[in-house]
Design a protein around this ligand. Structure first.
Ligand code: PMP
Length: 284
């Protein structure tokens, strides 16, 4: 595999960063996970815009323009012959010393890995995922702006381990107020009485690119959408529940903590949104 790093394509063994990079020492940096469909970068502008916003939120100066970053992604896709796959775009804080001070880190690194992706089997899109509600709370929006997609994912990883221990596919995280925030790597939606509901930014969520597109698609399908605080009890009472994310696309949740949601199959609105989403990925 070839990796694009700081403007050059190199063999993966040569794609290295310093052990003094604050990305390694402190998880200090930002990233994006992006899909490639039919050789094209899906929602490229949205992802680059979010990367720039994430960098701003943690005061990390980007040493490359948006165009240079896109060129890097295209180079990595082409060098690896990726047609349908996944891009990991990362900006590290850079090489510093053992102290926390980020301002001494002058040499940040930008790298792009373009690879194939392990997808959920189609059967899972019809039968849905079993998830749990994590005991680990989602860290507050006030701790790290949750709109920033930073390299510091330990909060999510700890909740993900709870899901793995329970034999579940994902864990839903509640915020400090006990309200629904998001899954460890996906946003969450419910359908109740024909209305699609999803938690707002203030709940402590990443504003997912897939989430935004699904909200748009619901609008096109004439399905009303509400972004509002959501009580966990609403999950169990919902007609449908689904997750959205770059890797998962739109996937139904059919059990939570072992309790069946709706009729235990992917619901009709979930399936319509998945279909509309997949149409978009074909129309690149
Ligand atoms: N929430 C979290 C915590 C995530 O890491 C992700 C992305 N993996 C999402 C939501 C979904 O965002 P997107 O649709 O942009 O992939």
């Amino acid at each position: 595999m070839k990796v694009w790093i700081d403007g050059k394509l190199v063999d993966e063994a040569e794609a290295t960063i310093s052990v003094f990079d604050h990305a390694v020492l402190y998880g200090d940096g930002v990233f994006e996970g992006i899909r490639v469909y039919g050789g094209k970068i899906f929602r490229c502008d949205d992802h680059v815009a979010r990367l720039i916003e994430s960098a701003k939120a943690i005061r990390l100066p980007l040493k490359m323009t948006a165009e240079e970053i896109v060129d890097g992604m295209v180079a990595a896709i082409e060098a690896n012959g990726v047609v349908d796959g996944y891009i990991r775009l990362v900006v590290t804080r850079g090489t510093g010393d053992l102290g926390l001070d980020p301002f001494i880190c002058k040499k940040s690194t930008v790298f792009v890995i373009a690879a194939t992706i392990q997808l959920y089997p189609q059967e899972m899109y019809e039968n849905g995922l079993a998830v749990i509600i994590a005991k680990t709370p989602r860290r507050s929006h006030a701790v790290i702006p949750s709109a920033a997609k930073t390299l510091n994912y330990l909060n999510n990883i700890i909740a993900k381990m709870e899901a793995i221990d329970a034999g579940a596919g994902e864990a839903i995280m509640l915020n400090a107020n006990g309200q629904v925030a998001e899954a460890t790597g996906d946003n969450i939606f419910i359908v109740t009485g024909g209305i699609v509901v999803t938690p707002p930014l203030e709940a402590g969520i990443l504003i997912g690119i897939t989430r935004n597109l699904v909200i748009e698609l619901a609008g096109e399908l004439g399905v009303p959408v509400e972004q509002r605080a959501m009580d966990p009890a609403e999950l169990f009472a919902a007609d449908e529940c689904f997750l959205t994310g770059t890797a998962a696309e739109v996937i139904a949740v059919t059990t939570i903590d072992g309790k069946t949601i709706g009729n235990g199959k992917a619901g009709p609105i979930t399936m319509k949104l998945l279909e509309a989403f997949r149409e978009k990925t074909k129309a690149l």
